[in-house]
Each structure stands twice: as structure tokens, then as C-alpha cells.
Write a protein that binds this ligand. Structure first.
Ligand SMILES: C[S@@+](CC[C@H](N)C(=O)[O-])C[C@H]1O[C@@H](n2cnc3c(N)ncnc32)[C@H](O)[C@@H]1O
Length: 387
């Protein structure tokens, strides 16, 4: 979700489609209100702190960060090494209650060094809000003309129609149940949700990994847009696709949560409107000054293919994401990426991270900018208290 102008390719997803309006705070569960004041906990130390307004959409509880002594180092939060998730490159997967799963360097990683190159475990069409008609297989904008001869959903030609990505996933289900072609964006998102659910019976290893991602169910439950999106997709899969006896609401909710928080989008750069879920790269935590750079690309065979004019159906699965070290990363240091456009100013970044990914960023850049701009933040806070 990057800004659409710059690097449209690879902002980790938050969707306009499922994006959150919530100001709920997962680290502020124990907020209690009295008539005169509000007490919450500091997002760093979790000690109690006084707040005029814990639901403030501007500060996102910046004000609860109330003491220098609470500037804990991230290492102190590091807990167990996660035995069940292997990392193929120079990293180790760890888990704690703040980050969920995350990755630290298993040795010094030099600037420019490749950390991981990965193909997605799932891929689906993801149209921008103006709703382009997309081929369900190659995820290209194909205009209005071309439809699958069986299910009538958009595909760009015979090769894409016969591709296993479409033919072995949704095509038969849509044909059998007469599921009408898409009119709204959420119907495209439902396609990838369905493909991921089908992994349960076709690729159990991938399904197990999907189950391990944090779906933020409680946060999404409290978020009107995310809730509406989940209800729409539940209805699409259970009723319109007639799969209520196969997929429970809980399974569907988990997959919708995982996809809305963990996918990367490929847009203009690759001439694809695709949403991609990556197994390992998705584990990296966010930092507003990340120590990695990433690039979405086609692997070699796709490049060769691009020189020809046909659209071979399996090419979209050659999309890959490459992550390299942007600077030297010390052994034990967290490997981080950016989830949003980090050129944005402090409060915008924090709002986006809170509303879309349900956390308050404690990276060194945020903490420094908070401390450097204390006066400005205080005055913005004061403005919000007027209403
Ligand atoms: C793309 S997922 C990363 C994988 C996730 N940790 C998991 O175990 O499934 C994004 C989620 O990780 C957590 N996260 C990532 N970066 C974080 C950060 N800097 N501070 C706190 N939580 C973070 C948040 O829960 C966020 O919604």
C-alpha cells in the first residue's frame, strides 16, 4: 500500500477494501474510564499513564509514551526462537507478544547482500478501487471483452482459462453455483480468499503456514470496515459458492485477516494487479527506517516470456519478491521492512500503521521524531481535545 505514484508495486497490503477505521489499541486492553480521567498503559512499558483521550485518531497514544526510562530496547522483548518456522537465509524466526513472529539476523549481513528471494504461496487478482476488469489468472487489465467459457469470469484467453490457478481453483465452483462475474472489488478479493482456503485440501504445508499468521481477529471485529469486508466474503464463500459445509466462518475469518494484513500488491510496475502472500518475507517486522530494500520482479523465465506476445497462463506465479540488506545488519538485530510509504510524516505513518496493521510503531525513528516534535504534537493533541 504504498502511495500509488511511487513504487506501486510492493507496499504490504492493507486494503482500501478491508482497511480499518478502528482506533482500538491492542496494547491498551486495560483502559478504564472514570468520570474525571482516563487511565491507560504506556505503549512501551505498559505502566499506567494518564491520557486525556485514548481514542485520539491523531496521536494514537503517542502521549502514553510518557518517560524516557521506558525506551526499552527491542532485544529485551525477544523471547523464544520459533522451532517450527525455518528461515532459509541468514535469519532466525522468533516470537513475542508484541510482534508475533519476526526475524533476526543469524549472523552479520553485509549491505547489499541478498537475504531472501521468494515466490508467493498464494496469488489473486486485486483491482484498484476504480475496478478494472482483471484476468483471474495473469491479473492483467483486460478490458471488458474476454470471459472464461465455463464460469464467465474475466480471463484474457484460452491459456489463462486453462491454467490450474483458475481451472483447478474457483472455475468449477463458480460454474456449478452460477456465481456471477464481479461487480465490486471485494469479489476479486474473495477469489484469493477462496484459493487460500482450498490449500487446506491441496497443499497442507502451505495451509499450516497460513494458520500461523496473526489474523488480528479481535481488532478486525472492532473495526467496521474490516467487519463488513469479512461478512461480505463469508457470504460469498458460504452462500454464493455454496461451500458452507466445507469452510467454517472461523476458517474464512482467519484467511481474510491474514490476507488483509500480510499481502503485498503488484501493480503497474509488473503490469499486474495482483495480491501476493509470501511465506517468509511476511514475517519481517515493520520499521520506519528499515534495514532492507525489496524489489518485486519476475523470475528469469517470465522475463523471457514477456518478450513474446502471448500470455502464458502460469506466468503470474513467476512473480517473486527479493529482499536485500540496505545496510550492515548485525547478528541478533531484527530484520525489518516497510509496510507503508515511510516518506510520509510521523503522524500519518502512525495512523496508517494503527488503522491497517493494528500496532503502534516503536521504531527508533518514530521515537526520535516524537521527542523532536513534542511541542507540535502537544498542540495537535490540544486541538483534538477541543471537540
Ligand atoms: C505482516 S505481519 C508480520 C507477521 C506477524 N508478526 C505474524 O506473526 O503473523 C504484520 C503484523 O506483525 C506485527 N508487527 C509488525 N511490525 C511490528 C512493529 N514494528 N511493532 C509491533 N508489531 C509489529 C503486527 O501485529 C502487524 O499487524
Amino acid at each position: 500500500m504504498s502511495s500509488e505514484s511511487e513504487e506501486l508495486s510492493t507496499e504490504i497490503s492493507s486494503s482500501s477494501l478491508c482497511s480499518s477505521l478502528s482506533t482500538d489499541d491492542m496494547l491498551h486492553d486495560d483502559v478504564t474510564k472514570t468520570e474525571t480521567d482516563v487511565v491507560t498503559v504506556c505503549f512501551l512499558c505498559q505502566d499506567q499513564a494518564s491520557l486525556p483521550d485514548p481514542d485520539c485518531k491523531i496521536c494514537h497514544n503517542i502521549r502514553a509514551y510518557h518517560s524516557k526510562k521506558n525506551e526499552r530496547k527491542r532485544d529485551e522483548w525477544a523471547e523464544d526462537v520459533v522451532q517450527d518456522i525455518a528461515f532459509p537465509g541468514p535469519g532466525i524466526v522468533k516470537r513475542n507478544h508484541i510482534y508475533g513472529n519476526y526475524v533476526v539476523a543469524s549472523r552479520t549481513i553485509e549491505a547489499g547482500e541478498l537475504i531472501v528471494l521468494e515466490r508467493p504461496i498464494s496469488i489473486g487478482p486485486y483491482s484498484p478501487p476504480d475496478m478494472l476488469p482483471l484476468c483471474l489468472t495473469c491479473c492483467k487489465d483486460i478490458g471488458l471483452s474476454s470471459k472464461c467459457s465455463k464460469c464467465r469470469w474475466p480471463v484474457c484467453g484460452q491459456e489463462c482459462e486453462e491454467s490450474p490457478l483458475h481451472a483447478s481453483n474457483e472455475c468449477e465452483i463458480f460454474s456449478k453455483n452460477n456465481v456471477r462475474p464481479p461487480n465490486v472489488l471485494r469479489e476479486y478479493f474473495s477469489v484469493e480468499t477462496l484459493r487460500v482456503l482450498l490449500l487446506r485440501d491441496t497443499n497442507f504445508d502451505a495451509w499450516k503456514r497460513v494458520l500461523e499468521f496473526v489474523p488480528h481477529s479481535q481488532d478486525r471485529e472492532n473495526d467496521l470496515l474490516a467487519k463488513a469486508c469479512t461478512e461480505f466474503i463469508n457470504d460469498f464463500i458460504q452462500n454464493r459458492c455454496n461451500l458452507a459445509d466445507q469452510f467454517s466462518l472461523q476458517e474464512i475469518d482467519h484467511v481474510v485477516g491474514v490476507l488483509s494484513i500480510n499481502t503485498f500488491w503488484a501493480f503497474k510496475e509488473l503490469n499486474r494487479y495482483a495480491s501476493c502472500l509470501f511465506d517468509k518475507i511476511t514475517l519481517f517486522a515493520h520499521d520506519c527506517d528499515p534495514n532492507t530494500e525489496r524489489e518485486l520482479l519476475f523470475l528469469e523465465d517470465e522475463k523471457n516470456h514477456e518478450k513474446s506476445s502471448s500470455c502464458k497462463s502460469d506466468h503470474v506465479s513467476n512473480i517473486a519478491l527479493r529482499v536485500k540488506a540496505a545496510r550492515t545488519i548485525e547478528e541478533g538485530e531484527m530484520i525489518t521492512i516497510r509496510y507503508i510509504d515511510v516518506a510520509k510524516p510521523l503522524l500519518e505513518r502512525r495512523r496508517e500503521l494503527r488503522e491497517t496493521f493494528y500496532f503502534d510503531c516503536t521504531c527508533s525513528r518514530c521515537l526520535k521524531e516524537i521527542s523532536d516534535n513534542q511541542n507540535e504534537i502537544e498542540s495537535k493533541l490540544a486541538e483534538t481535545f477541543v471537540c
